[in-house]
Ligand binder design. Structure first.
Ligand code: FE2
Length: 407
């Protein structure tokens, strides 16, 4: 009881903070809820654009079952198939093709790339301009006004959290390539329908990469200087779900609906946390490396998380007492992932580094050189890497070291 009435304790626990939560999607979560899509569509109208991936949904039969339901419910549907990560050209082409179709709602069913494509198409259907004008950091950038066609996100992977975020990442790969966002608070999906049954057939490699993306987002949002008590609670809840579910989903994902549900929940929490707190250095690299070579986003996150966490922890320790709060947040992650509540902060940070290292070794995260990155590219990549939401400034030498370790 003494601690409750100790003024110092209360002041410390409730030191000043700001937060302003973005609008959240209406969430429908649970096995079998895919069946509810037709009735949710009718809330917005009868003309629907289905944005889907090229393979998995069609192979599983889920797409043909949905299309049959839409037909029997007299809904007017159009189909847009997405292959690979969405580019501005892909979005513009889709908008041109469907802008006269009277689309009243966009439903994207797929992984992060499909959800981002659907989000961008829903944002651009009411505009008569190329999407590139509204992409952050591009020449002539203009703020989007947020006017869009209603959007329903149905993830089939557990990773990006795009079902809860306000941005769509668009890619243009090459020497002058980029991965940047089309963003507006209104772009948070109107509905996120999350059915873990859709994830049962996810291949092991994708389960690992997307799961590590969610893990990276949860840790980076937790460590952000813009985190609030609310986003911290969301991130911790997601990290606990990740800790319980990730390895079972990797090992026997085809039959373990609880593990798939746990990872779907972790990904959703990562989306809510990152949308409201920002992300760290790994996602800074995701933008610079990801625009430079064609590497799946989750793969990049998985391979850089361990060295980036280690360098962040070392830099925070060198930074002195002003950074203790961030170290104690890393320590919370270390205690959750190791299952050892009794560790003090220093040991828990060390254990976190060990746990991430062992995941890297056991699950064989690919090296950057597998995707064509070479030593001579590193200075260029580092020079293009920006990250304002990392808990500590890393100098160019340290950023290069992170990349070198996974070359
Ligand atoms: Fe990510």
């Amino acid at each position: 009881m003494a601690a409750l009435f100790d003024g110092c304790t209360i002041r410390k626990a409730m030191s000043s903070f700001d937060f302003s939560l973005l609008r959240q999607p209406r969430v429908y979560f649970g096995p079998g809820r895919f069946q509810e899509i037709p009735s949710l569509i009718t809330e917005f109208g009868t003309a629907v654009l289905l944005v889907c991936g090229a393979v998995s949904l069609q192979r599983s039969g889920a797409l043909s079952a949905l299309v049959e339901r839409l037909g029997s419910d007299s809904l007017d549907y159009h189909l847009c198939t997405i292959t690979g990560e969405p580019s501005p050209e892909l979005v513009d082409r889709a908008v041109t093709e469907f802008s006269d179709a009277g689309i009243e709602v966009v439903v994207a069913i797929g992984g992060g790339s499909v959800l981002d494509a659907g989000k961008a198409i829903s944002a651009m259907l009411m505009k008569n301009e190329p999407v590139e004008r509204f992409i952050e950091g591009r020449q002539g950038f203009r703020e989007h006004d947020g006017l869009k066609v209603p959007f329903i996100a149905v993830p089939t992977t557990a990773g990006t959290g795009s079902e809860a975020t306000s941005n769509a990442v668009l890619s243009s790969v090459g020497k002058e390539g980029y991965k940047r966002s089309l963003r507006h608070p209104a772009f948070v999906p109107d509905i996120a329908l999350i059915d873990p049954e859709l994830m049962l057939a996810m291949p092991a490699e994708l389960t690992v990469a997307s799961g590590m993306d969610a893990c990276t987002q949860l840790i980076e949002a937790l460590l952000s200087p813009f985190a609030s008590p609310l986003t911290e609670a969301v991130a911790i809840s997601g990290i606990e779900a990740f800790s319980r579910s990730f390895l079972p989903a990797c090992e026997k994902g085809a039959e373990d609906i609880d593990a798939r549900g746990g990872m779907a929940y972790a990904a959703l929490m990562s989306g809510i946390a990152l949308a409201n707190a920002g992300l760290g250095i790994v996602h800074g690299f995701a933008s610079s490396v990801g625009g430079f070579v064609d590497i799946p986003h989750g793969t990049l996150c998985s391979t850089l998380l361990s060295p980036a966490t280690r360098e962040n922890i070392y830099a925070l320790r060198e930074g002195g007492s002003g950074y203790r709060e961030f170290l104690s947040r890393y320590a919370r992650v270390g205690r959750i992932l190791s299952g050892n509540d009794s560790l003090d902060d220093r040991d828990a940070c060390n254990v976190l580094i060990e746990v991430l290292d062992s995941l890297q070794q056991e699950l064989n995260f690919p090296l950057l050189s597998n995707f064509g990155v070479t030593e001579k590219d590193l200075d260029y990549i580092v020079g293009r890497t920006r990250c304002t939401s990392n808990p500590v400034d890393l100098d160019d030498r340290v950023m290069k070291k992170i990349l070198q370790e996974r070359l």
